[in-house]
Write a protein that binds this ligand. Structure first.
Ligand SMILES: [Zn+2]
Length: 511
């Protein structure tokens, strides 16, 4: 085993928990049973509350509970970015039945918590003695009372977190390369020199923070400055794929959408480069009915050019059993909603990441509806056969043609070992492993060096996370041999791809 690698791994594991300081359990927690009834404003005085201990559990199938606590900023958190961090005991990031929670800050729906989003920012620069009510509208779909409600309040140390990601992303990328690859050897050496500068002996002391600063400055100069441009770009779009009807009651889909879209907006405030796309007008209509204020905020983000409404169809429907008339109406009503209700741009993409099977009439229906581009991942979900193209022109029964793109996001594998199955994902993690994997799995490298990924947890997992956005920022800077990432709307990606392909075709024909 490579001792430098092991040392870097140990340093990263030691540094991660130090991104928080002074974490202490919240003072008394209260619980009250809830129902599907909720509003964007919450008055806690209307409920009967009972004290809820740290060793007590809650949960059950399709159940709601309210929790509340009061927090007062203590002197040791003065000036800090204060966060509430929740642990419900859930560990499986893909479990759609994990507790999912709306956070009410002084009576206003302000944030969301779930397995993948455990932090709520209470104050960016907290004042000593400031006091707030935090209430939580919690949904459980577990088989029994298996969840905790362990809430801790503490400081988030942004400089430590910055250094952590500055180290972790190039480490992960270099670690995927072969052991004799100079990019790995040189990379590990520089990262190790940065780690040497960290004073781990007295965490969160003055000396510690000075050492963090020094290590990060060193890294910025020795690693990130003037890196050679990677010729491959992975265009990245934030996404949360929500199955409108699946393993939970339909009315829960409404809440899953509200929570996920709230999470997107909150992260957009802190990551100005973050772009997000959601299809399925039905989801937006749910939000309009459930949370009209949130709906207005989404419209603002669409206007700002940060939120993309694409995908054309009202839902992402089955395309084998549905009639042609039904598919046409999906597009008609879908586009009408996007254009009229959201003043979104005119759709050009049919976005069906998770649909099993595609009628050969689709190109004709698309063309006659003014749609030029088709995207899915599901053709990759085959145990035995690999579909041989990821970028191609799909010709339908009547000869209509649409430019088609299959997202190729998958974990990178070393030594070109054949991986199990060919499946790719629309729930990308936006880490080096999957960004390098997106390019590795892409089968048309001869025609394009611009590929697409969409990242974020779906089905109530809340979409992209802070971690994904932090990782993406580093990958924009050409780390190791990881393709460069760029936040791009899906439609813009297709325009770029089409332009490249047109140029290639022209030069092939000697024009
Ligand atoms: Zn789905």
């Amino acid at each position: 085993m490579n001792p430098i690698r092991n040392r870097l791994l140990a340093a990263l594991e030691a540094l991660k928990p130090l991104c928080y300081s002074n974490l202490k359990p919240a003072e008394e927690m209260w619980i009250s049973p809830g129902s599907y009834e909720w509003k964007e404003e919450f008055d806690s005085s209307i409920l009967n509350w009972e004290s809820f201990g740290r060793d007590e559990t809650w949960g059950g199938s399709d159940r709601h509970y309210w929790f509340k606590t009061r927090i007062t900023v203590p002197s040791d958190l003065k000036g800090a970015q204060v966060r509430a961090v929740l642990n419900t005991g859930a560990t499986d990031i893909w479990n759609t039945d994990n507790p999912q929670i709306m956070v009410f800050f002084d009576g206003k729906h302000s944030g969301t918590m779930d397995m993948n989003h455990q932090d709520f920012i209470v104050a960016d620069h907290a004042k000593e003695g400031e006091t707030h009510e935090l209430a939580f509208y919690a949904y459980s779909n577990s088989s029994g009372r298996t969840n905790f409600f362990h809430l801790e309040i503490g400081a988030y140390e942004e400089e430590v977190a910055k250094l952590y990601y500055d180290l972790a992303v190039p480490f992960e990328a270099a670690d995927l390369l072969e052991d004799d690859d100079l990019e790995q050897i040189e990379g590990f050496k520089v990262l190790s020199e940065a780690v040497n500068r960290i004073d781990f002996t007295r965490p969160h002391s003055k000396q510690f923070f000075a050492s963090i600063k020094e290590a990060d400055e060193f890294l910025m100069n020795a690693y990130y400055k003037d890196r050679p441009e990677n010729p491959v770009t992975v265009h990245s779009i934030g996404h949360t794929h929500i199955d409108v009807a699946w393993k939970w009651p339909l009315k829960q889909t409404r809440q899953k959408t509200v929570r996920s879209f709230r999470t997107v907006l909150n992260l957009m405030e802190r990551y100005p480069e973050y772009k997000f796309m959601s299809s399925q007008p039905q989801l937006y209509e749910f939000v309009k009915e459930e949370a009209p204020e949130l709906f207005e905020e989404i419209k603002e983000k669409i206007k700002e050019g940060r939120w993309e409404t694409e995908g054309a169809m009202w839902l992402e429907p089955d395309c084998n059993l549905a009639s042609g008339e039904s598919l046409v109406r999906h597009i008609l009503y879908g586009r009408r909603f996007f254009e009229k209700e959201l003043s979104g741009s005119v759709n050009e993409v049919l976005w069906l990441p998770d649909v099993f099977g595609y009628s050969a009439a689709i190109p004709q229906i698309m063309k006659q509806s003014g749609l030029s581009y088709f995207m899915t991942t599901k053709l990759g979900w085959n145990e035995y056969n690999q579909f041989p193209y990821d970028t191609f022109v799909w010709r339908g029964i009547d000869g209509s043609e649409v430019l088609t793109y299959l997202i190729s996001t998958k974990d990178y594998y070393k030594n070109c070992q054949p991986s199990k199955g060919y499946s790719t994902t629309y729930n990308g993690r936006q880490n080096p492993k999957q960004i390098m994997g997106t390019w590795q799995r892409f089968q048309n490298k001869d025609v394009s060096r611009e590929v697409l990924t969409c990242y974020g947890y779906g089905d109530g997992g809340g979409g992209p996370t802070e971690e994904m956005l932090e990782q993406s920022r580093r990958m924009e800077l050409n780390v190791a041999r990881c393709p460069k990432t760029e936040q791009t709307f899906v439609k813009d990606f297709f325009h770029k791809l089409e332009e490249k392909l047109d140029k290639k075709a022209a030069s092939c024909m000697g024009r």
